[in-house]
Design a protein. Structure first.
Length: 683
């Protein structure tokens, strides 16, 4: 094997030239790899002893895309287009061998090869929309030529990878190879091509699937899909359409122009920022790489309510055995029923086979005995949000949990140290704050108590990934990161309603910003009685009045909204009357409040609170706060999160806006503004 450069090798296997790429961890197509590839392709072409070329990757995956970290730098040297021109010009057939993930520029390079084989576990996708981009290296021109327009439209707009089996059925792959025999299989495939006298088969010349396509396909596709405020999917549709109306090279030019415009857009900058922010969140500052990780195979959950049932489902889905403890039999039966019907609905929607649902549900054991948790590696408490109840649970747990077990609370707001203090092992206690609905929401706040050990934190961070969540470290403060910021928005929303805005108008402004739901719809979903106590409630707030009237949110089919049997929300005259009376009781004369004021008063205090959290060291970095809001509360991805949004509108607008509503800006905002720094870079 001869090294072309540190990431590219060219060797010979009989009459096949073998190009091997090796740039861990994901073989991103960086400048050095593009240059190596061009040189290797030239070497393979020039070698008179070979009749075909094989392109394969070392490590855990085929090329997972262009190197995103280069997007903000000035590009020098060979471009991906140069690589592709070299592949298109090759006189010997090029076989591409795929394992792991062929994504974005990786799949585009594969499609530029003349034949493609893969192992059954491989995945193929054009995920660029998730970065606010369209495929920019011919993906929108080659993909429909291989798999047809309709499938290509789906792949470039939803960004989800397809399986190798689907790739084979669709014509994206020519053959599947046994899992551990990719190279041997691909070499044999190449030799067969040679034996059959088959030469290059350029995707650019395969026009059948893009000829005679009715424009109606595109109109229908647009009508059937709502991409909310996301611009990239609509741009990707235009590019696929171009593949059906333009010659190949013009289509490529069209795609390049759109790719460039997307790359420079604020939306793509925000989404690329979020991509790296998510990966950064997994790294806890100050923790050594060799911090011991504890094994977790058996999990206990205490409380089978909304969250306990959801959390148990998350662990069962990840293959772990789960024991759920409840205080009374009826609640346990209700909780297990809710989990079972969750699985049944996944089966109905085609997301899970009936067999798989049965296996997962079979991992759960319900009990009324705390003692059954004695052999658990991790126990997550999800009982009522009440300090006395939680302390009682942890004191009991401390007596029965095995030594070394991790004890976690799913509390939304309460002090983790106060909870930990009732145990003899506060170093093994932390917050694991899941979001509702737990099986769906990707965020897991990992709350560090004053005494939580590094090993427990590192284990929790690793666990987050294993159960499909994005873990973010949070300091122990009322509401941690997410709910602390949420309270600011909720207080502002409540104040706006008191002053005259309707809760429905407030929600509309927030959903127009592209949140999936507004503050009042969200409060209904969480349950208005979360942390509310009937015994001490005296109609002090709108929430008190609604709860006192039995309107406790979606679960009672009424809260700020009324809910029908299908949980469809509609504005409620009863709630409107409660609000009108509440204002009158407070002596408030309602005034008309515009959308801009609603937006500013809801969003600016969130930024301000984020800055305070950073000042207090309750979050390690601003980008962690953004990840919390992107994955826990549905902040629109193309706006990057509250900290990134602050940078995008500028400190001037943030500070002036806060002052307009007589809110004192956090000192950090003024400090960073004076230093001309970005908030989202703060760490
Ligand atoms: N460019 C640069 N770095 C990348 C990268 C890329 N395309 N993909 C992954 N990485 C980096 C990550 O930042 C991370 O770095 P770190 O260790 O320093 O934090 C490291 O590779 C490992 O990544 P993950 O932690 O995400 O590893 P996983 O095994 O969980 O996931 C993956 C692997 C599925 C490949 C996932 O990394 C992924 O989805 N990557 C992005 C794929 C993508 O979006 N490709 C399209 C890029 S845009 C493009 O190709 C444009 C083209 O059309 C011109
Ligand atoms: P819930 O009221 O639906 O469920 C609580 C369950 O705990 C009940 O089934 C109850 O019977 C059980 N329970 C109470 N005391 C118990 C004990 N001593 N032993 C065993 N079981 C006991 O409440 P929910 O919404 O599930 O909340 C649970 C916790 O999760 C709270 O701390 C809450 O703040 C937190 N949380 C709630 C979220 C939400 O959206 N509802 C989101 C994230 C966290």
């Amino acid at each position: 094997m001869s090294a072309i450069n540190p990431v590219t090798d060219l060797s010979r296997d009989g009459d096949i030239a073998v190009i091997t790429l090796n740039a861990p961890p994901v073989n991103a197509l960086s400048q050095i790899m593009r240059e190596g590839l061009i040189e290797a392709l030239a070497g393979a072409e020039a070698d008179t002893a070979t009749k075909a070329t094989l392109l394969i990757c070392a490590g855990r995956t085929f090329i997972a895309g262009a190197d995103i970290s280069e997007f903000d730098k000035v590009q020098t040297g060979a471009s991906l287009r140069d690589v592709q021109n070299a592949m298109d010009a090759a006189k010997k057939p090029i076989v591409i061998a795929i394992h792991g993930t062929a994504l974005g520029g990786g799949l585009e390079t594969a499609m530029c090869g003349h034949y493609r084989v893969a192992v059954p576990s491989a995945k193929l996708g054009q995920p660029e929309v998730a970065l606010g981009l369209v495929p920019g290296a011919g993906g929108t021109q080659r993909l429909p030529r291989l798999i047809g327009v309709e499938k290509a439209l789906a792949m470039v707009t939803d960004g989800k990878p397809i399986s190798a089996q689907d790739g084979l059925a669709l014509g994206l792959l020519d053959a599947l190879m046994p899992e551990k025999e990719l190279k041997e299989g691909a070499l044999a495939f190449a030799r067969q091509l040679i034996a059959e006298g088959k030469g290059p088969r350029r995707t650019r010349d395969l026009n059948e699937k893009v000829t005679g396509i009715s424009p109606k396909i595109f109109a229908d596709f647009r009508a059937a899909h709502n991409f909310r405020g996301f611009e990239a999917p609509g741009e990707a549709i235009k590019c696929i359409e171009a593949a059906t109306t333009m010659a190949f090279d013009s289509g490529l030019e069209f795609e390049s122009r759109i790719f460039l415009a997307c790359k420079n857009s604020l939306q793509s900058q925000a989404q690329r920022y979020a991509f790296f922010a998510e990966r950064k969140a997994g790294k806890i500052p100050g923790l050594a790489d060799d911090t011991p990780i504890l094994p977790i195979t058996k999990v206990g959950v205490i409380g089978a309510g909304l969250m306990g049932g959801g959390i148990a489902t998350v662990f069962a889905n990840a293959g772990l055995a789960v024991t759920i403890v409840e205080a009374d039999g009826a609640a346990l039966a209700r909780g297990l029923d809710a989990v079972r019907s969750g699985y049944e609905s996944s089966v109905k929607r085609g997301r899970l086979t009936a067999d798989e649902a049965r296996i997962r549900f079979g991992r759960l054991t319900g009990t009324l005995k705390f003692e059954d948790l004695a052999d658990c590696d991790l126990i997550v408490e999800a009982v009522f949000e009440n300090m006395a109840v939680k302390k009682n649970v942890f004191a009991r747990l401390d007596k029965i949990a095995r030594s070394g077990a991790i004890l976690a609370s799913n509390t939304s707001f309460l002090d983790i140290d106060e909870i930990a203090a009732v145990t003899t092992r506060p170093d093994h206690v932390l917050g694991l704050h899941f979001f509702s609905p737990a099986p769906v929401m990707k965020l897991l706040e990992i709350v560090r108590g004053a005494k939580t050990s590094n090993s427990i934190l590192a284990t929790a961070m690793k666990l987050a990934k294993a159960i499909g969540k994005v873990g973010v470290l949070a300091g122990n403060a009322h509401g941690f990161i997410g709910n602390r910021i949420l309270m600011q928005r909720q207080d502002a929303a409540n104040a706006l309603v008191l002053e005259g805005a309707s809760p429905y108008a407030v929600d509309r402004v927030i959903t127009d910003f592209d949140f999936p739901m507004g503050p009042f719809a969200m409060a209904d979903l969480a349950g208005l009685d979360l942390g509310w106590d009937a015994a001490t409630s005296h109609g002090e707030s709108m929430r008190d009045l609604l709860c006192e009237a039995g309107r406790r949110g979606q679960k009672t089919k009424s809260g700020y909204y009324d809910y029908d049997a299908a949980r469809k929300a509609s504005p409620s005259p009863v709630t409107e009357k409660i609000i009108t009376d509440f204002r009158a009781g407070k002596g408030v004369t309602p005034r008309a409040i515009g959308e801009e004021e609603i937006r500013e008063r809801c969003l600016l205090p969130m930024i301000n609170e984020g800055a305070k959290i950073l000042e207090e060291g309750k979050s390690s970095r601003a980008s962690d706060i953004d990840i919390v809001w992107l994955y826990g509360y549905g902040w629109p991805a193309y706006r990057g999160g509250p900290m990134f949004y602050a940078d995008s509108i500028g400190f001037g607008a943030v500070i002036a806006g806060l002052k307009k509503y007589t809110i004192a800006p956090a000192p950090l905002l003024e400090k960073l503004a004076a230093a001309n720094k970005r908030l989202s870079d703060f760490a």
